[in-house]
Design a protein around this ligand. Structure first.
Ligand code: SF4
Length: 422
């Protein structure tokens, strides 16, 4: 068995010309084939993609987005054709006879087929070669990636298994599973000159998949710029920020309010949330149609979009060591800040009239509208501070003057209009 620390590099053919096998100078690109490959995967990325809302897979494959080429999707589960008929286009793309541009979308990690070969088997395969003796030999999906990548306009790795290795590449695996990047190597460039594009997540957000595909298609069709990718090939606008920055519970973290069991509304960091360091847009975008998303629905972040996942975040559901420092700092400063905010909020929940009468006529509950001398004094100075440097004071002499001058101007122009109309 091969050494698991040795990352097998695919022998990507070097005799393929850098420029596309399709001619961009032949006119606008109206159709782009998308070859979906499934390596060591659970099919979760496929499920995520078909749940995408913005744009939907249906919009992409019907070409209903103005300016975007129509996507001809070849997917081992979703395609209507099966068997040899289904595999025809894969062979045409490999042989350079497809006659149209294509992208490769890989779901799942790439297994080291050399290991399986030693035992006369394979880890994951699609299609067969038929020998002279009529024997059918499955074609490993890793070999499809090796053979299709050189002619692809882009190779897009979807899901953490394809982008970084993910669960199949965790410690103790027998397959020497690796990412698309590891497999194709640092030198690999698509015909558009792109290294592999990475959309991590276990499973990734469906919208992240379809939006990235759409933005690459826009570039391919010449109707948009090349999207911005970060140093690891992630769409920068999706992964440059941490989960924590977009989290609905981040205000609780800042005020030092932490949940000590699931089901509570406070920050989940002490239950094991890694959101402060994990790059992901799950909570800000929502899982499907702006709904759901880990912390939105009460779950912690276990770092599934990160290259170190899963080993670097295990054991799950245990507070990260850094929490001891950061959450205790938040707790000590946050409790004071939170008290001050509550104090201000109490005052802002009173109308000017209620402040005068010291009474809140609410039929919902008894609200104490009374404010003692202490509160009144603090609020007096608070208001002074708030308005300092501006001319704004509700009901002030200055405000009355402005109102009078505005109404004089209004009356005059109304009168002028009336005369003009007569
Ligand atoms: Fe940050 Fe996680 Fe707390 Fe949300 S739940 S505020 S991501 S630590």
């Amino acid at each position: 068995m091969g050494n698991q620390d040795e990352r097998t590099k695919a022998e990507v053919p070097t005799n393929v010309s850098y420029l596309p096998r399709f001619g961009l100078d032949e006119g606008p690109v109206t159709e782009v084939h998308a070859f979906w490959l499934a390596g060591l995967s659970c099919d979760g990325c496929s499920i995520a993609a078909v749940g995408a809302q913005s744009p939907t897979v249906e919009q992409l494959i019907t070409g209903s987005i103005p300016g975007l080429p129509k996507v001809i999707l070849h997917h081992p589960v979703l395609s209507v054709t099966a068997g040899h008929k289904f595999m025809e286009a894969y062979h045409e793309a490999k042989n350079g006879t497809l006659g149209a541009p294509y992208v490769v979308i890989q779901e799942g990690s790439v297994a080291d087929e050399n290991i399986a070969e030693e035992f006369g088997g394979y880890w994951s395969a699609m299609g067969v070669t038929i020998g002279d003796d009529g024997v059918h030999t499955p074609i490993p999906t890793a070999h499809w990636l090796r053979d299709l990548a050189p002619g692809a306009a882009a190779v897009i790795a979807v899901g953490t298994c394809a982008t970084w290795g993910g669960v199949p590449a965790a410690a103790g695996n027998l397959t020497n599973a690796m990412s698309v990047m590891d497999y194709l190597g640092k030198e690999y460039l698509s015909t558009l000159g792109l290294p592999p594009v990475n959309i991590p997540g276990c499973a990734p957000l469906g919208d992240n998949i379809t939006e990235t595909v759409a933005s690459i298609l826009m570039f391919l069709a010449g109707v948009g710029p090349l999207p911005e990718f970060d140093e690891l090939g992630r769409p920068a606008w999706m992964f440059q920020s941490t989960v924590h920055r977009g989290c609905v519970r981040a205000g609780n973290y800042e005020e030092g309010k932490f949940a000590d069991e699931y089901g509570q509304k406070e920050c989940l960091v002490e239950l094991g949330c890694w959101g402060p360091v994990v790059q992901c847009n799950m909570v800000s975008r929502g899982a499907i149609g702006h709904n759901g998303g880990c912390m939105n629905t009460g779950g912690i972040c276990i770092g599934c979009t990160m290259p170190g996942f899963p080993d670097a975040f295990a054991p799950f559901y245990k507070a990260p060591p850094g929490t001891m420092v950061s959450s205790n700092i938040s707790r000590s400063t946050g409790s004071f800040v939170s008290y001050l905010r509550k104090f201000t909020q109490d005052n802002q929940n009173l109308t000017s009239h209620w402040k005068k009468t010291n009474e809140v006529p609410s039929g919902w509950a008894n609200v104490d509208g009374r404010r003692g001398l202490g509160k009144k004094t603090v609020n007096f100075f608070y208001e002074k501070l708030k308005r300092s440097g501006t001319q704004f004071t509700p009901g002030s002499k200055r405000q009355q003057e402005l109102q009078e001058s505005a109404s004089r101007y209004l009356n005059k122009s109304t009168a002028n209009n009336k005369i003009a109309a007569e």
